[in-house]
Design a protein around this ligand. Structure first.
Ligand SMILES: O=C(CO)COP(=O)(O)O
Length: 148
């Protein structure tokens, strides 16, 4: 697997404090990778790194409701994202639910690991498979149902 990963970081408003806390806790690790975020999350992630005094490469897309999730989903389709951390607010409706579902679906479809809570994020970034040169993710095969 690659050593420098492109990691997408996205958090809904009610989950942004969790994302900032998680980024601060893992700042040293995350600074070794390329980060891409939706707009508002990205601003907070940048602040978290500057408060920690750590340089990091953080690219910001549009804000989620304005198409940021859709932009990151397109990057997933183009095979540009290695890992996504998406802290979703499961208690409040979002105006861009269609885009959220698109990002989740494209990650599933393209076999991109996506963590939607902190423990999954912790487990994913600490996996020894990232450093295993013999590990190659197996392509998913879909059974084709031919309609007659
Ligand atoms: O809405 C989001 C994800 O669906 C996050 O977008 P922001 O980071 O711009 O708030």
């Amino acid at each position: 697997m690659k050593t420098k990963l492109k990691i997408a970081l996205v958090a809904h408003d009610q989950r942004k404090a969790d994302m900032v806390d998680w980024v601060k806790f893992n700042a040293q690790y995350l600074s070794q990778h390329e980060l891409v975020c939706t707009g508002t999350t990205g601003g907070l992630v940048k602040n978290a790194f500057s408060e920690a005094g750590i340089d990091a490469q953080v690219e910001c897309m549009n804000s989620g409701p304005m198409g940021g999730d859709a932009e990151i989903a397109a990057m997933v389709v183009r095979n540009e994202i290695d890992l996504a951390i998406f802290l979703i607010d499961d208690l409040n409706a979002q105006p861009h639910e269609a885009d959220i579902q698109m990002l989740l679906r494209q990650c599933r479809l393209h076999n991109v690991p996506i963590a939607c809570n902190r423990i999954s994020a912790d487990l994913m970034i600490s996996s020894c498979l990232w450093n295993d040169p013999t590990y190659k993710p197996i392509e998913q095969s879909y059974i084709r149902f031919d309609r007659n």
